[in-house]
Design a protein around this ligand. Structure first.
Ligand code: NAI
Length: 465
C-alpha cells in the first residue's frame, strides 16, 4: 500500500484479515486526511458548535436564563478535546494494524516498474519493497486558487482551520460545497460572522435542490451572508494586520479576519509513479482505475481520493479497498455503485442522501413520482426543537401511475446523517415504496418522516398527501 489513509488502511486491514502479507508506506500518520485533517476533527468541531447551539437555546427548556444565550467559547479546550478524540482513534488504528501483522514503513513511497516501491524516509535513506500486488492510496490535498496563498492565519484551507487556536471574529468561506458549508455553519455557531462566496448559482450544488434550500434558508436566518454566482477576484491584507479585504462579483468587497479556501481537493499524485509502468494518470492528476480498482499495470491497484471520477469520501475508499482485495484474490465482487453511495454533510441542518436528485432523474428522461415530508410535523423534531428540514423520496413512475423503484432519498434536518441508513438500503436494494412502506418506524422518532414519505408514495399517506 502506498498511503495509510482510509483507502490504504482499509485495504491493509481487509487484506490482512484475508491472510495476505501486508506492508503500508505512510509519510505522516496512519489514518490519513480523514482522521488527522478531515472528517474526524471537522465533525468534532461541528459537535462543539452543536453543543454551543444547544446551550444557547437552553432557556426555552427552562434551563438557565435567557441571558445565557451567547455562552463563551474556550477554543483551546475544544482543540484539546478534538485532539484527544483523534489521538485515541489513532492509537486504536495503530494497535489494530499491529495486531493484524501489518508493517508500516515511514516515508514517501514511489511506484517503480515491476511492482516495486521505493520508500524514502525523512532522513533520506531509501528501502525497496516488492509485492505481488501494489495499491496506490496516496489520497488528496486541498486545492487553492491563484491570489490566495495559504499562510495559516489570514488564508486557510481545511488543514489550517483544524489547527486554529481561536475562532476568528469574521470569516469568508470561498466555495459553498461540503467543506465550505460545514465550516460556515461551524464558525457561525461558534460566534463568528460568516460570508460564503460560491461561483455556482447555489450552495451544495451536488445535492437535491430542496435539501440545499433548507441549508440556504437556515444560513440566512442565522445571519450567514451567502453570495452565489460570484467569482472571487483577490484579496488585499488590511495594512497593519487585522485581516484582509476580499473582492468578489461586480466590485463587491468584504473585510474579514480569515479566509477559508474550500474549492475542492486535488489528487496527491506528483512523483507517485515513475515512468515505465502502465499506470495512467489523467490530465488532472487522478489515477485511472476500472470498476475492480485495477490500474493500467497488472497487479497495481488504486483506491480512495486518488482515483479518477469517484466521490472523495472516506467510506467510498473503504468500499473500494474491499473491492480491490477481493479482486486480487479472484473472489466474486460487486463493484462500487458510485451513483448510489451515501453522502453525509454535517453542517447545521445536516444533509444526507443516496441516489439520484430529482433534477438528475428528470434530466435522464425518467418519469418520476416525488413526495416530500417536512420535519415540522414530526413529534420528535418538535420535542428536540429542530424542525427545519425535510425528507424527499424520488421513485420511478410506472406506466399505471404507481410508484416503482426508489431512485433517490434526500434528507435535510436533525440527525439525518444517522437516519440515512434506511433510505440508502431502499435505493441500493432497488426497493419500491410498496415494499418499504410495510416496515414500521418507532414513534416518536425522526425516522418516521422517512416512513411517512414512502407511505405517501404508495398513494395513501397518513399525514402527507
Ligand atoms: P466541492 O467540490 O464539494 O465544493 C467546492 C465548491 O467550490 C463548489 O461548489 C465550486 O463551485 C466552488 N468553487 C470552486 N472554485 C471557486 C472559486 N474560485 N470561487 C468560488 N467558488 C468556487 O469541494 P470541497 O467542499 O472543498 O470538498 C472537497 C471534497 O471533499 C469533495 O469531494 C467533498 O465531497 C469531500 N468532502 C465531503 C464531506 C462530506 O461529505 N461531509 C466533508 C468534507 C469533504
Amino acid at each position: 500500500m502506498i498511503g495509510g489513509g482510509p483507502g490504504g488502511y482499509a485495504t491493509a486491514l481487509y487484506g490482512a484479515a484475508a491472510g495476505l502479507d501486508v506492508a503500508v508506506v505512510e509519510l505522516d500518520k496512519v489514518g490519513g486526511t480523514c482522521l488527522h485533517r478531515g472528517c474526524v476533527p471537522a465533525k468534532e468541531f461541528l459537535e462543539t458548535a452543536a453543543v454551543r447551539r444547544t446551550v444557547s437555546a437552553a432557556a426555552a427548556f427552562g434551563i438557565g436564563s435567557p441571558s445565557d444565550d451567547r455562552p463563551a467559547v474556550h477554543f483551546e479546550v475544544s482543540q484539546q478535546r478534538k485532539q484527544q478524540v483523534v489521538d485515541q482513534l489513532f492509537r486504536g488504528l495503530s494497535g489494530l494494524m499491529k495486531g493484524r501483522g501489518i508493517t508500516v514503513f515511514p516515508g514517501t513511497g514511489v511506484l517503480l516498474p515491476g511492482r516495486r516501491v521505493r520508500v524514502t524516509a525523512d532522513d533520506g535513506s531509501t528501502t525497496e519493497l516488492g509485492g505481488t500486488n501494489v495499491v496506490l492510496a496516496a489520497g488528496s490535498l486541498p486545492r487553492t486558487i491563484p491570489g490566495f496563498d495559504v499562510d495559516g492565519t489570514t488564508v486557510l484551507t481545511s488543514d489550517e482551520v483544524l489547527d486554529l487556536e481561536h475562532v476568528p471574529p469574521s470569516v469568508a468561506v470561498i466555495g459553498g460545497g461540503a467543506i465550505g458549508c460545514e465550516f460556515a455553519s461551524m464558525f457561525s455557531d461558534l460566534g463568528a460572522s460568516v460570508t460564503v462566496l460560491e461561483a455556482l448559482p447555489t450552495i451544495l450544488a451536488g445535492c437535491d435542490e430542496d435539501a440545499a434550500a433548507v441549508v440556504a434558508r437556515s444560513f440566512r436566518k442565522r445571519g450567514i451572508q451567502v453570495h452565489t454566482g460570484v467569482q472571487v477576484t483577490g484579496h488585499a491584507p488590511v495594512p497593519g494586520g487585522g485581516g484582509t479585504v476580499v473582492s468578489f462579483g461586480e466590485g463587491q468587497q468584504v473585510t474579514v479576519a480569515s479566509v477559508v479556501v474550500s474549492v475542492g481537493r486535488r489528487p496527491r499524485s506528483e512523483g507517485l509513479v515513475e515512468p515505465g509502468t502502465g499506470v495512467v494518470v489523467d490530465e488532472r492528476g487522478f489515477v485511472v482505475a476500472d470498476e475492480y480498482m485495477r490500474t493500467g499495470e497488472p497487479g497495481v491497484w488504486a483506491v480512495g481520493d486518488i482515483v479518477a471520477g469517484t466521490p472523495q469520501l472516506a467510506h467510498v475508499g473503504f468500499a473500494e479497498a474491499i473491492v480491490a482485495v477481493r479482486s486480487m484474490l479472484g473472489e466474486p465482487v460487486v463493484p462500487v455503485d458510485y451513483g448510489a453511495v451515501p453522502w453525509a454533510i454535517y453542517c447545521h441542518p445536516e444533509v444526507a442522501f443516496a441516489g439520484m436528485t430529482e433534477a438528475a432523474a428528470r434530466a435522464a428522461g425518467i418519469d418520476v413520482l416525488v413526495k416530500k415530508d417536512p420535519f415540522g410535523g414530526n413529534s420528535r423534531a418538535r420535542i428536540i426543537g429542530e424542525t427545519d428540514g425535510l425528507v424527499k423520496v424520488i421513485a420511478e413512475r410506472r406506466p399505471d401511475g404507481s410508484a416503482g423503484r426508489i431512485l433517490g432519498v434526500h434528507m435535510a434536518g436533525p440527525w439525518v446523517t444517522e437516519q440515512l441508513g434506511a433510505g440508502y438500503l431502499a435505493v441500493n436494494w432497488e426497493a419500491t415504496p410498496d415494499e418499504v412502506a410495510r416496515f414500521i418506524q418507532p414513534h416518536p422518532s425522526l425516522s418516521e418522516t422517512f416512513g411517512e414519505t414512502v407511505l405517501a408514495l404508495t398513494g395513501r399517506g397518513l399525514h402527507v398527501g
